[in-house]
Design a protein around this ligand. Sequence first.
Ligand SMILES: [Zn+2]
Length: 220
Amino acid sequence: MNFFKGINELLFPEGGVCLLCNVETDDVDRYICSYCRNNIEYLNREIDLSYLEKTIYSLFYNEFIKEKIYLYKYENYGYLYKPLGEILLQTIYEKNIMKDIDIITYVPIHRRRKAIRGYNQSELIAGYLSKKLDIPISKNNLIRIKWTKPQNKLNRHDRIRNIEGVFKIKDSIEFMDKEILIIDDIITTGSTVSECAKVLLQEGKGRKVYALSITSGMKL
Ligand SMILES: [Zn+2]
């Protein structure tokens, strides 16, 4: 066995390990074992949000996926971007939207929050999709200029007010006349991703904005 490959596999066990439940098994397909696969339910559902051409989320919102997203965002399980990225990739193929996308970006978090967390969860997934689809990614261009209270602690009215004027674009050339895919981890009311789309269209002069997210707690 190649020595460095061996070390890599010790540090980053992938073959034969499910990245969602960490159980060693050969029954793994794209980082996910069949047990975990049975706990996720694809919906690939489209919802209507202002400023967005199309908003799609992949999975039914259940306790299983809720916990994985919590671990990913708040408990340093950064490597979960891989199975979660694969889930979104399947939705992109299913909905056949890759042909429309010129550039991929993500909902930015405040740089102070990124410094504390060590990563932006949506940025990691956007990077994964960019590589897999061979579509360029825009990083650190759509930025968050205000520190906001977590949206999940507010009611609907306050969420919309909380998010106004929070995002800005540093250089609009990158988005001009492009069809943009924005990645968010979870859509709660849609006010965050909708505000991002507004800025991408108005400041960035983008042509169309699509949003993709793992799941949504929205009551339909
Ligand atoms: Zn598993």
